[in-house]
Write a protein that binds this ligand. Sequence first.
Ligand SMILES: NC(=O)c1ccc[n+]([C@@H]2O[C@H](COP(=O)([O-])OP(=O)(O)OC[C@H]3O[C@@H](n4cnc5c(N)ncnc54)[C@H](O)[C@@H]3O)[C@@H](O)[C@H]2O)c1
Length: 254
Amino acid sequence: MKHDIFSLKGKVAIVTGGNQGIGKVVAGYIADAGADVIIFDKNDATAVAEEIAEEYGVRTGAIICNVTDPEDVKKAIGEAAEKMGTLDLLFNNAGICLHKDALDCTPKDWLKVIGVNLNGIFFVAQAFGRYLVSNGKSGNIVNTASMSATIVNIPQGQASYNSSKAGVAHLTKSLAVEWAEKGIRVNSISPGYIMTEMTGTVRKDWRDFWVSTIPFKRMGKPEELAGAVIYLLSDASTYTSGCDMLIDGCFTAV
Ligand SMILES: NC(=O)c1ccc[n+]([C@@H]2O[C@H](COP(=O)([O-])OP(=O)(O)OC[C@H]3O[C@@H](n4cnc5c(N)ncnc54)[C@H](O)[C@@H]3O)[C@@H](O)[C@H]2O)c1
């Protein structure tokens, strides 16, 4: 390529929820695009970080961090900056799902899902934004929303998840506008049904129903999200902020 516009060389990227699933796979692709990678996860992602370093020859690290706790997040950002030397990019991706009808959802259930999926996304974005601004740096964030931000999945009840993801989509736009003049871009991806540890244990009759309603007639793979994340994190998208990219095998087109 004459213009290496998708390259992430010389950048350091944080990936939250990178111990498994979408975060783990996309972290590898971010490293393949040239960035050093530091994983934040509630579980120890040292083994994943080591695998990525070995495979792609970049520097990596892993920090145990619960994204629902703003103090823990602040500490993790400080540790990451110290360990990696600098921070440039954030793939803000940690999330959980709860399949429970709204009538049965307890306050604890509701707060747990909103705590990880919406509060967690905000706490990490805010701490990262504060780091960039206080260090006079520009930077770039990709949040993981979901097609559930705009559609209601069936047959399972998941109002807490859907509401949390609608929040992430609008938080993305709000931060994009607030931080536009600070040189911080904020975009989101909205995956459709993707085969990961999160979806792999769901009732088979539900998964069969999902597949029957997806025009592509299959679930997506985590690697099918990597190109969008790299595009949004890279200099190929310097005029793009507040954008949500749907990657859903046409699910929301019908
Ligand atoms: N799999 C799908 O079909 C799908 C579709 C749309 C959106 N998403 C979103 O993509 C993201 C990743 O999903 P996935 O399918 O890879 O899920 P996953 O369960 O396989 O992985 C989620 C990761 O997040 C980590 N995590 C969970 N809670 C955390 C916390 N409090 N603090 C730090 N880390 C935490 C987990 O340890 C895990 O490593 C989520 O935000 C999810 O909502 C997934």
